[in-house]
Design a binder for this molecule. Structure first.
Ligand code: URA
Length: 467
């Protein structure tokens, strides 16, 4: 019976805890032993722990926390819950990746993975789906007809050989225990837990056998952690646990109050990623892509300085090399060659109709004159979620055509009546409450127009790169 069930094969006198005993121990603020964490994760993978017990343990961890040692063991146990990836020895030192804690309009991975491949790196990116109101890289890629995020370890190796990068999902073979926890965290208000985020991200990266990782830790109204201080704590945990696992981890603290770039929504974000891969697109997106990629190249010894790394990455966008890798990745991950070619060789206008397109578009106008101080990402994401761009249950299908385009930028002066947002939806019309919520997200001031600060505020380096 579940109430007295032992936690795994090691339920011997040395490790006598039942699942309820483990939950109680953490609930009451005690430290879990290595064997206890491992047997809980083993129970997850074997399906012997009930969903209610998983939810209770997640809440206990969310409320009581875990120290670095516990977080390291949780990370290792999650990583070991599936197959370990093995790469040819010649790739040692070339394996890098980037991960984000989640934002609104964040399509950086779509651009950065192929750009890094164009710089000679190997990027075996295991990415995630939307969590809470944030968008997921896998969901965005699935807006491209035919793209398959399900790739076996053997297929991943072939992709890295041929293209240099792949973007795949966690699966029954890859970090399955993280998949179970990720889905339950999403529906139990346990997403914003420092050890759970750390273990979730680093377990996927440990399986990839990386030498260097950069994590984009977002803070602000639309991030998992609103405050920069809390985001810094998460960054330090990621860097610290990374070092214990032998991965050089740097963490970039970046703002997430307004959306990144001009587009939010799966199909629209693919279009914007393509513009960035062509050397164009919004400045804030390009800056973040080149800063994160440049940091990786520098930390991994492939650029002599951070500035040179940033320039190297930018050159891959401007020359079309990154776009070429993106096209090759699309074809290798299931997109028909003529579609991949059409997406990667035409202009935005020529791409019309190749990506999912919503039947209705509505523009909203600024209610008064003013300077755009902020466009609150959180209410925008919530409205899109309700319009079908997000899930309310794990596994639910998404509407890839639902999204929005921002028609104005932060710091811009607007006159009353200027169209500021275009919403792509299933129609026939936006509800009055959606209309109101969107209008309230536009924050205008009486101040002069200004150039917004870059979103990257702090780069936390691994111990080996400090002084
Ligand atoms: N990305 C992950 O993979 N896990 C988290 O918990 C948050 C972001």
């Amino acid at each position: 019976m579940a109430a007295t069930q032992r936690t795994g094969p090691d339920s011997s006198p040395q490790n006598p805890s039942t699942i309820p005993e483990l939950i109680k121990k953490k609930r009451d603020g005690a430290r879990l032993e290595d064997a206890e964490i491992r047997s809980f994760v083993q129970g997850l993978t074997e399906g012997t722990v009930q969903e209610a017990q998983i939810g209770a343990m997640l809440m206990a961890i969310r409320l009581q926390g875990m120290d670095l040692g516990e977080t390291e063991i949780l990370t290792r146990a999650l990583a070991e819950s599936g197959q370990q990836l093995q790469w040819p020895e010649a790739w040692g030192g070339l394996l890098v990746d980037k991960h984000s804690t989640g934002g609104v309009g964040d399509k950086v991975s779509l651009v950065l993975a192929p750009a890094l491949a164009a710089c000679g790196c190997k990027v075996p990116m295991i990415s995630g789906r939307g969590l809470g109101h944030t968008g997921g890289t896998l969901d965005k890629l699935e807006a491209i007809p035919g793209f398959s995020v399900v790739q076996s370890p053997e297929q991943m190796q072939e992709l890295l050989e041929r293209v240099g990068c792949c973007i795949v999902g966690q699966s029954r073979e890859l970090v399955p225990a993280d998949g179970i926890l990720y889905a339950i965290r999403d529906v139990t208000a346990t997403v914003d837990s420092l050890p759970l985020i750390t273990a979730s991200i680093l377990s996927k990266k440990a399986v990839e056998r990386l030498s260097t990782l950069v994590v984009d830790v977002k803070f602000g109204e639309a991030a998992i952690f609103p405050s920069q201080e809390r985001a810094r704590e998460l960054a330090q945990a990621l860097v610290g646990v990374g070092a214990r696992l032998g991965i050089r981890v740097a963490a970039a603290l970046t703002t997430m109050d307004s959306p990144l770039g001009r587009c939010v929504g799966h199909g629209l974000e693919v279009e914007e990623a393509l513009q960035c891969l062509e050397g164009g697109g919004p400045t804030d997106l390009r800056d973040l892509v080149t800063q994160l990629g440049g940091s990786l190249l520098w930390l991994n010894g492939q650029a002599p300085t951070l500035t040179k790394g940033v320039a190297q990455l930018g050159a891959m966008l401007d020359s079309g090399s990154a776009l070429g890798r993106f096209q090759a990745m699309l074809e290798a991950q299931g997109v028909a060659s003529d579609l991949a070619q059409a997406l990667c060789s035409g202009s935005s206008a020529q791409r019309q109709g190749l990506l999912p397109t919503a039947p209705f578009k509505d523009e909203l106008r600024a209610a008064s004159e003013g300077t755009v101080q902020m466009i609150q990402a959180l209410p925008l994401a919530q409205v899109l979620h309700e319009l079908g761009a997000g899930r309310t249950r794990a596994g639910e299908p998404l509407h890839h055509d639902v999204g929005l385009e921002l028609l104005v930028t932060i710091g811009q002066r607007l006159s009353a009546g200027t169209p500021w947002i275009r919403v792509h939806h299933k129609g026939p019309s936006l509800s009055p409450s959606h209309h109101q919520k969107l209008q309230e997200a536009l924050k205008l001031s009486d101040g002069a127009p200004f150039v917004p600060d870059p979103c990257l505020r702090e780069l936390i380096l691994p111990p080996s790169m400090k002084g």
